[in-house]
Ligand binder design. Structure first.
Ligand code: ADP
Ligand code: ADP
Length: 226
């Protein structure tokens, strides 16, 4: 089970910057939850703490039933997709997708199977030999998604994954990410500053402001007020 639970989570950066203040969230297994709010409200910091990329100042983080505050990122059953894709420029698409599995000492045949399966799902089989610089923005984003899904993580974290794409592609990729969510049947935690994106994608939305959670509800109940 991949419930994700945040209990009284704080993040104080050096210089006494309180980026996240007393955040409590109960994220259900397999839900698509969106953290939304203006730039600087603490969305990314929250996501990075879940990923283990940022230390938690105080509070408790559970992934599944396990207290994860001190678990290193690679041992959390999660994968993260970033806004800038973070692909390795010197590696091919295939190698980019295989890299995380290689690090974890997965046997070669199994890596090959998983990479090809992910490439098929994302329709990038014909790009496996290319380097990232020979790809369009949308293709890069698919590779970034591919790199995450080969690991079959229980939880997907996405930090503004579409904000570098043009408007048309952004709308198309929204639909694709939702399809991916259905198909993979895992928990997605998605960060965006874009209210339309939040409204069209989330089954529940977490509205953040100044490091605090203001509201947690369905899109309808948050945005459909007269
Ligand atoms: P968002 O993702 O909503 O834009 P962030 O989580 O990136 O917000 O940032 C929340 C607050 O924490 C901001 O005030 C930001 O300036 C501050 N912050 C983020 N990262 C750091 C850091 N490494 N050191 C100090 N302050 C930071
Ligand atoms: P290593 O560097 O560990 O020897 P390789 O890069 O040779 O790993 O890849 C191992 C396997 O992955 C190969 O046998 C091949 O089937 C597959 N592979 C590697 N790169 C590609 C690619 N660009 N396209 C398709 N399959 C690839």
């Amino acid at each position: 089970m991949a419930k994700v639970v945040l209990k009284n989570i704080y993040k104080i950066y050096p210089g006494n910057v309180a980026a996240v203040k007393d955040v409590n969230l109960d994220i259900e297994d397999k839900e698509f939850i969106v953290l939304v709010g203006p730039s600087g409200c603490g969305k990314s910091t929250t996501l990075r703490m879940i990923a283990g990329l940022e230390e938690i100042s105080s509070g408790e983080l559970y992934i599944g039933d396990k207290l994860c505050n001190d678990v290193p990122p690679k041992d959390r059953d999660i994968a993260m997709v970033f806004q800038n894709y973070a692909l390795y420029p010197h590696m091919t698409v295939y190698e980019n997708m295989a890299f995380g599995l290689k690090l974890r000492k997965v046997p070669k045949e199994e890596i090959d199977k998983k990479v090809r399966e992910a490439a098929r799902i994302l329709d990038i089989e014909h790009l496996l030999d290319r380097k990232p610089k020979a790809l369009s923005g949308g293709q890069r984003q698919r590779v970034a998604l591919g790199r995450a899904i080969v690991r079959h993580p229980k939880v997907f974290l996405m930090d503004e994954p579409l904000s570098n794409l043009d408007a048309k592609l952004r709308v198309q990729m929204r639909t694709e990410i939702l399809k991916l969510h259905k198909r993979l049947d895992t928990t997605f935690i998605y960060v965006t500053h874009d209210q339309t994106e939040a409204m069209t994608m989330g089954t529940r939305i977490v509205v953040m402001k100044d490091g605090i959670v203001q509201q947690v509800d369905t899109p309808r109940r948050i945005y459909d007020h007269p």
